[in-house]
Ligand binder design. Structure first.
Ligand SMILES: Cc1cc2nc3c(=O)[nH]c(=O)nc-3n(C[C@H](O)[C@H](O)[C@H](O)COP(=O)(O)O)c2cc1C
Length: 597
């Protein structure tokens, strides 16, 4: 038997047996223990319910959720919705909206999350109205986060959409069991609710060539749309700018974004809850090589989440926001002869567009190229096509037109020269010496740099204050002999803790459906190649811990840990101060434990 009795210190002045602080601590502990035992499996981190407010921003632009009003006010007859997680569907939606101008149609791009989708039943109020949906599928055939409400609304299926004319392009990946489920669902459901399908459902496969699938679908889409609405191509093939650039000469430093995902100065003033738009700057406390010898590298990293209020479960994913290699950023600055420290803004020329800027502005060209834009993936055909006018040598111009043409030869050339050779934008600029687009137009066209997701390789039962990942370093040589490096893993490789100095990484936790069976006695067979093993490390820790928990020693430690967390989070103390505080409580007899094991 082991017991820890409260000791009365003669030096401590007498106090009321239960003081206010004791009541507060007891209530908080009770709350946490109830949460710990009953609700811990349901949520990874708190997400307060926020009521959406309709406000008119200072810029005078409307945040009206009625897209019918927006279409009416801006004289638009077409609307392109996107269900997108990593930006591809959103990009395709933007391309269709741009195309529309060439056919005398005026289109609005819209995020279903920001719209009253019931308005689809009012499409008859707009002459020649047309809605297009670019919808990606995730998880086990699920909608993207921004299309979840729309999905539920469709499933509910009570609206009559007799005046809706629509077309759907789905984005998916054939290696998933539920291939393009969301695209197929939206297409059939809209018809079931009374809508008229103007053009057949398009399905893009990200495991094959998604860009080619989209371009091929779009090739037949427009002639059918033109015929249906009785419009003709205007013949204008030129590039249409979506954003206007402003260069700022003397803007105060505190108004300039320096890599924040959404809120200005969010990295200096960190405030929970942490999510995709407000990541937590987590200190890297361990960065260890797992391979013993050989030329491959696999890293074990541990991110400290002490005091962040971030909760996770084994099987969840952690998102990391990486920064592009400064050599590539400087390379682009040099080749385009620009001062990378120039501060600028890009502002949407469409007053009704829900997206005012393509990324946080104002910022410097260096920040945009380092934090906000994907400069390592091979650029899509529309990027090169829209910038072709900046190739001054007719030979370069002809070449760009050829590789971006939607003909079978064009598609083959693009697949070979851009995709198979893994040419990024800097390599293309180097290989085509007369092709020199202005930086602001290039920045408008490049896609957003995306967060990278890693399976969490730890269990919160064993590591409540840290998140572990396992990452293979991506570093190889392309067909043309150019070294190519993975954006995130090359960046993480250099995040090495050095004594008290801990480099930081912006992270947030994304909940996953990948979980252990609920009953701890259910046998589990885990199969996963390479770093596919990562989540299993968390599961094994979880099972191991469950076995040990069954004894009171760990119960006491867990209660101790919870209490310490409460003191740290609610009392604004660090770990050492919290420990001190607990010792004081014990010595005053205000914290006592009777432990049997
Ligand atoms: C974690 C993950 C899960 C996915 N799940 C599916 C799926 O169940 N079915 C499918 O067809 N495609 C699936 N995909 C493929 C995506 O739908 C596809 O890559 C799409 O182009 C992403 O579009 P977005 O960039 O607009 O989010 C998945 C992709 C990822 C990264």
């Amino acid at each position: 038997m082991e017991s820890e009795d409260a000791q009365q210190s003669p030096d401590v002045p007498e106090e009321a047996i239960i003081g206010m602080m004791d009541i507060f601590l007891l209530c908080t502990c009770l709350g946490i223990v109830i949460y710990w035992f009953f609700f811990r499996g349901e949520k990874t981190h708190d997400s307060p319910t926020v009521k959406k407010l309709t406000v008119m921003p200072a810029s005078g632009r409307s945040n009206d959720p009625s897209f019918i009003n927006k279409m009416r006010n801006s004289g638009k007859n077409m609307i392109v919705f996107y269900g997108s997680q990593t930006g591809t569907a959103e990009e395709f939606a933007g391309r269709l909206a741009k195309d529309a101008q060439r056919y005398g149609m005026k289109a609005l791009v819209a995020d279903p999350e920001e719209c009253e989708m019931e308005d689809l039943s009012k499409m008859g109020e707009i002459e020649n109205s047309f809605a297009v949906f670019c919808m990606a599928t995730y998880g086990e055939g699920d909608p993207t986060d921004n299309a979840q409400e729309f999905h539920e609304w469709l499933e509910d299926g009570t609206s009559e959409l007799n005046d809706l004319k629509y077309a759907v392009f789905g984005l998916g990946n054939k290696t998933y069991e539920n291939y393009n489920t969301m695209g197929k669902f939206v297409d059939s459901k809209l018809e079931e609710l009374g809508g008229t399908r103007v053009f057949e459902l398009g399905l893009g496969d990200d495991d094959g060539n998604l860009e080619e699938d989209f371009v091929t679908w779009r090739e037949s889409f427009w002639p059918t749309v033109c015929e249906h609405f009785g419009v003709e191509a205007t013949g204008e093939e030129g590039s249409v700018r979506q954003y206007a650039v402003t260069v700022h000469e003397d803007i105060p430093k505190e108004k300039i974004f320096t890599g924040e995902v959404a809120r200005l100065k969010s990295f200096q003033n960190q405030k929970p809850p942490y999510d995709a738009k407000n990541p937590y700057l987590s200190p890297v406390i361990v960065n260890r090589e797992l391979h013993k010898g050989g030329d491959r590298s696999c890293m074990h990293l541990e991110f400290d989440i002490t005091g962040s209020k971030i909760r996770y479960e084994s099987g969840d994913h952690v998102a990391v926001y990486p920064i592009n290699d400064s050599e590539l950023v400087n390379g682009i600055g040099d080749i385009l002869s620009i001062d990378l420290d120039t501060v600028f803004s890009l502002l949407n020329v469409d007053e009704e567009a829900s997206k005012k800027h393509p990324f946080p502005c104002p910022c410097s060209y260096r920040t945009a190229l380092s934090h906000y834009l994907d400069i390592t993936s091979p650029p899509r055909t529309n990027v090169l096509r829209d910038l072709v006018e900046y190739a001054s040598d007719p030979k370069d111009k002809e070449f760009i037109l050829a590789i971006t043409s939607p003909t079978p030869e064009g598609k083959k050339q693009y697949a070979d020269w851009v995709l198979a050779d893994q040419r990024d934008i800097l390599t293309i600029l180097r290989d085509l010496p007369s092709f020199r687009p202005p930086i602001d137009h290039l920045l408008e066209m490049l896609p957003r740099l995306q967060a990278r997701y890693y399976s969490i390789a730890s269990s919160p039962k064993l590591h409540p204050q840290s998140i572990h990942i396992t990452a293979i370093l991506v570093d190889y040589t392309t067909r043309t002999g150019r070294p190519a490096k993975g954006v995130a893993t090359s960046w993480l490789k250099n995040k090495i803790p050095n004594g008290p100095l801990k480099p930081t990484v912006p992270i947030y936790v994304r909940k996953s459906q990948f979980k252990l069976p609920f009953k701890p006695t259910t046998p589990v067979i885990m199969i996963g190649p390479g770093t596919g093993l990562a989540p299993f490390r968390g599961f094994i820790q979880e099972r191991h811990q469950a076995k040990e928990c069954s004894d009171a020693r760990n119960m006491a430690r867990d209660v101790n840990e919870v209490l310490r967390e409460v003191i740290m989070e609610e009392g604004g103390k660090d770990r050492a101060q919290a420990e001190d505080y607990m010792k004081k409580l014990q010595s005053k007899g205000r914290y006592a434990a009777d432990v049997w094991s």
